[in-house]
Design a protein around this ligand. Structure first.
Ligand code: FAD
Length: 435
């Protein structure tokens, strides 16, 4: 299986109807077809499990994202590729990322950023879902999951109630899906309610356990036509201002991707998101001649917003530990260093490795739920907790204009030293290979 970009942004058709899915007993139901869910589904299906992957939308779909693949994300995609294909090429024909230009207070510094890539989320996410289908998983788009019942006393199964939305069904219909395990890969907007039918079990209310960071920022994103700025392929511009920061990069098809993290106060003042982003860019770029979209173009762009960015949620829910979270649904730190896709792919891998039994010849491809939960918690903590902590430190530093200005000045005066410092800020790459 080789992960290719060309043609993968064609619609990815359902492989099963909701009615047939409700008649099947699944070993794993994966909710959310982003990088985390698709990576988990692909690996679980390749490992012999009967897997259903559902998403409330269809593929391809647009998403608020900087669309930069970190070195770790590229490595995770190569691991998904099962070792087949040319390891020197970027997966999905991503555009090689060469440098980042950080602008602040009218000054800017350019730093090399080798090893990563740029690819639109339409191509990446649709391609990953197509790869998961090729590995043997079933795919059901336009299927919104509102709630999960984690099983009556003694029952080993969990059920999820999903609503099929037009155009998948002519009218809205509800279906109950039964599975041995559920993987929640629902991203930042993880609103799935988990109810317990077991009166003896402790009440699990993951909403209560979810933690949203104070001083949190909101994500904003839009795309602009190719001629909105003279930005070359492979160059990322990060504009850092008092109210947040904004990255601009050219996608493989020429469009410009704009992604920003802004303070809630800046939006709370009733400002239009486009104007907030335009103000951040204008403040950062000043009078310098960086190839950025004009204030008018940014103000007029149709921005979409995300929920507050920095958060964490329990990795495992349910009295028997049958519900596991991965990707942004498990935890996220705001995106300056552009690592979320890599974390999502890695946590999708870790959840699949934890769920799959070591030996395939025992009949059941799944490890007992409690053992899988313990393994997943430990692996997630080992591989992802430290990188989240580093990103939190970067996010805090970005709120201090003096620190940002000093860093930009230092990079201008001593670029050789700044180059050596970059890996400490953005991470050196690997999130750990196979078990
Ligand atoms: C402004 C911004 C810039 C970013 N820039 C970068 C970057 O440059 N590089 C990088 O690596 N990362 C970046 N990220 C982070 C990256 O976008 C995420 O970390 C990544 O998409 C997480 O993948 P995921 O699979 O966990 O979630 P998602 O990609 O969000 O996928 C979740 C899926 O779940 C589905 N879903 C949600 N709820 C339900 C439900 N109830 N029922 C059914 N389906 C459901 C959604 O439709 C969606 O398709 C950025 C994020 C933001 C906000």
């Amino acid at each position: 299986m080789t992960l290719r970009g060309a043609g993968t942004s064609a619609p990815v058709a359902a492989t099963i109807t909701a009615a047939d899915a409700a008649r099947t007993r699944w070993q794993v139901l994966v909710i959310g077809g982003g990088p985390a869910g698709a990576a988990a589904a692909l690996r679980l299906a390749a490992g012999g499990a009967r897997v259903l992957l559902v998403d409330r939308g269809g593929m391809p779909r647009w998403k608020v994202c900087g669309c930069c693949l970190s070195v770790a994300a590229v490595q995770e995609l190569h691991l998904l590729d099962c070792g087949v294909g040319d390891d020197s090429a970027l997966p999905f024909d991503a555009v090689p990322l060469e440098s980042v230009c950080v602008a602040h207070g009218g000054r800017s510094a350019v730093l090399p950023l080798p090893g990563g890539g740029v690819v639109s989320r339409e191509v990446l996410d649709a391609g990953l879902v197509a790869a998961a289908i090729a590995a043997g998983c079933h795919w059901l788009p336009q299927a919104h999951v509102a709630s999960i019942d984690d099983g009556a006393a003694g029952s080993q199964q969990v059920t999820a109630t999903l609503t099929m939305r037009p155009p998948a069904d002519a009218i809205m219909t509800s279906h109950v899906i039964t599975a041995d395990r559920i993987v929640l890969a629902t991203g930042l907007a993880d609103h799935v309610r988990i109810a317990t039918l077991d009166p003896a079990s402790v009440s699990h209310t993951p909403e209560d356990a979810r933690r949203i960071a104070a001083d949190n920022r909101i994500g904003l994103g839009a795309t602009l036509p190719a001629d909105a700025a003279d930005l070359p392929f492979g160059e990322l511009v990060m504009a850092v201002g008092r109210d947040g920061y904004c990255g601009v990069v050219r996608l493989e098809d020429g469009r410009l991707d704009i992604a920003a993290a802004v303070s809630r106060e800046s939006l709370g003042r009733g400002a239009d998101p486009g104007r907030v982003v335009a103000a951040i860019v204008a403040e950062a770029v000043g009078r310098s001649s960086l190839p950025m979209p004009t204030t008018a173009a940014l103000s007029a762009a149709a921005f979409r917003a995300t929920p507050p960015l920095t958060r964490s949620a329990p990795l495992v829910s349910g009295p028997r530990g049958q519900i596991l979270r991965c990707g942004d649904a498990a935890g996220y730190v705001e995106p300056f260093t552009g690592e979320g896709i890599g974390w999502a792919l890695a946590s999708g891998r870790l959840v699949a490795e934890a769920l799959l039994a070591d030996q395939l010849d025992v009949g059941d491809p799944l490890r007992p739920a409690a053992a899988a939960a313990t393994q997943y918690r430990a692996a997630h903590h080992r591989r992802i907790a430290a990188v989240h902590a580093r990103c939190r430190r970067v996010a805090l530093a970005l709120r201090r204009p003096g620190v940002v200005m000093a860093a930009v000045q230092a990079a201008r005066v001593a670029p050789w030293a700044a180059r050596r410092f970059v890996p400490a800020v953005i991470g050196a790459g690997s999130l750990g290979g196979h078990r």
